[in-house]
Design a protein around this ligand. Structure first.
Ligand SMILES: *Cc1c(COP(=O)(O)O)cnc(C)c1O
Length: 410
């Protein structure tokens, strides 16, 4: 075991030395804090960039205090769309005019799902899977109950995700909408989106894609893949901060007909006319309901700038190298101790995190947090190792896996 660990430490050092993205780690605040031994949860809450601390302070002093209400006319009113376009360009593979920032992922998924269903009035079924993130399942259950629609559930294995065959077996001419996570929040399974789109569109149905665990770690090409609707978080791999507003994408071909259910004044055509009756704004602005959370969306811009410097292909390459090294370390150090890898072993089908399972992991996670080794616990007994390509080192991955081994004892 000691020799195995020494060998892995050499490998980690070599991988870190050769990593073209290694210097980006230094742009994150407290990246060398000795109290944070290994941060392995950047897929739940990304670390803050130093640039964001400056941006937030400057905003309060200069724009908020200095411009006061004039700020809305000068830039804030446009900011959800300005940042949305830039996120679309750099991260989502979405041309301008289809992405906006606001609300939470939950609320945006709700608006997009309802808007999608409004486009398929004769269809009676929604397809989703049992391992999707709880909020996605709950809100689709709510919509189905309100509208009298039938849910068609796909059962998937804990370590897997929805395959094209799974979809082909349930999607039919009755299907209005399919709701999928691009990367499964627990297993990390990465869906083959273009193949899924083929099956879904062949049946005349629409796809709503949840990008929470892929935006910023996996390459995304919404326009190229023909995705209809998408939403995702900005506080995970996009480092927007706790509760930072989400993003929504509506493909240009649907925008004119798209109607979401929360008719607020900020999504109305000419909102400051304060007119009677709701008329949706032109374009993606119609997704907005109330006053957007401007302060909350400021830090995303620093992440987008950072991603633009290096490009998503390089980020995905590092992400794959990180998860490969994590699997290798788990196999070498935790095998034989009852630990199983509950994630795809094929990197082509895996996003930016892996989950390992062991019956003692709830207690182990608590002990790890106390030592500054910070993964996530995911029921029933999984430790999720989230590896954020711009802020996680290979040495950190090994520190995490070794700490798990130490907790399990000999
Ligand atoms: C994190 C996550 C969410 C969270 O939604 P919120 O509205 O921000 O709480 C939704 N879906 C998936 C797949 C997630 O991973």
């Amino acid at each position: 075991m000691t020799s195995t660990l020494a060998g892995l430490a050499d490998t980690a050092a070599a991988l870190d030395a050769a990593d073209p993205l290694r210097d980006y780690r230094c742009r994150f605040l407290r990246h060398d804090d000795p109290g944070i031994v290994a941060y392995l949860d950047g897929n739940s809450l990304g670390r803050p960039l130093a640039a964001s601390a400056q941006r937030l302070a400057a905003f309060v002093t200069d724009e908020w205090a200095g411009r006061l209400i004039r700020g809305w006319d000068e830039s804030w009113y446009e900011l959800p769309l300005t940042i949305g376009d830039r996120l679309g360009e750099v991260v989502l593979g979405a041309a301008a005019g289809q992405t906006t920032i606001g609300d939470s992922t939950t609320v945006l998924l709700y608006k997009l799902a309802c808007g999608a269903l409004n486009l398929r009035p004769g269809c009676t079924e929604i397809v989703l899977d049992r391992e999707n993130f709880p909020t996605d399942r709950y809100l689709i259950e709510s919509i189905a109950a309100d509208r009298g629609l039938t849910l068609r559930w796909i059962d998937v294995e804990l370590a897997g995700g929805v395959t094209t065959d799974d979809l082909a077996a349930v999607v039919s001419e009755r299907t209005a909408l399919v709701v999928l996570s691009h990367v499964a929040y627990r297993s990390g399974y990465l869906i083959d989106v273009p193949a899924a789109v083929d099956v879904i569109h062949d049946a005349g149905a629409l796809l709503l894609l949840d990008l929470c665990h892929s935006a910023g770690s996996v390459e995304v090409d919404l326009d190229g893949w023909g995705v209809d609707f998408a939403a995702g978080c900005t506080y995970k791999y996009l480092n927007g901060g706790p509760g930072s507003p989400a993003f929504a994408y509506v493909a240009a071909r649907h925008l004119d007909e798209f109607r979401q259910p929360i008719w607020g004044w900020m999504g109305r055509h000419n909102p400051f006319e304060m007119e009677q009756g709701y008329v949706p704004a032109k374009g993606i602005r119609r997704v907005i309901s109330g006053t957007p959370a401007i302060i909350g969306m400021l830090p995303i811009q620093d992440s987008i700038d950072l991603i633009a410097e290096t490009g998503m292909p390089a980020i995905r390459e590092k992400s794959v190298a990180l998860t490969e090294f994590a699997v290798q370390s788990v196999d070498a150090v935790l095998n034989g101790r009852g630990v199983v890898v509950s994630s795809p072993r094929d990197p082509e089908r895996r996003g930016g995190h892996i989950t390992i399972d062991h019956p003692d992991f709830k207690a182990v996670t608590a002990a790890l947090w106390a030592q500054g080794v910070i993964p996530d616990f995911r029921r029933p007994d999984g430790i999720r190792l989230g590896l954020s390509p711009l802020s996680t080192s290979f040495a950190e991955v090994l520190a995490g896996v070794s700490a798990v081994a130490a907790q399990l004892g000999d």
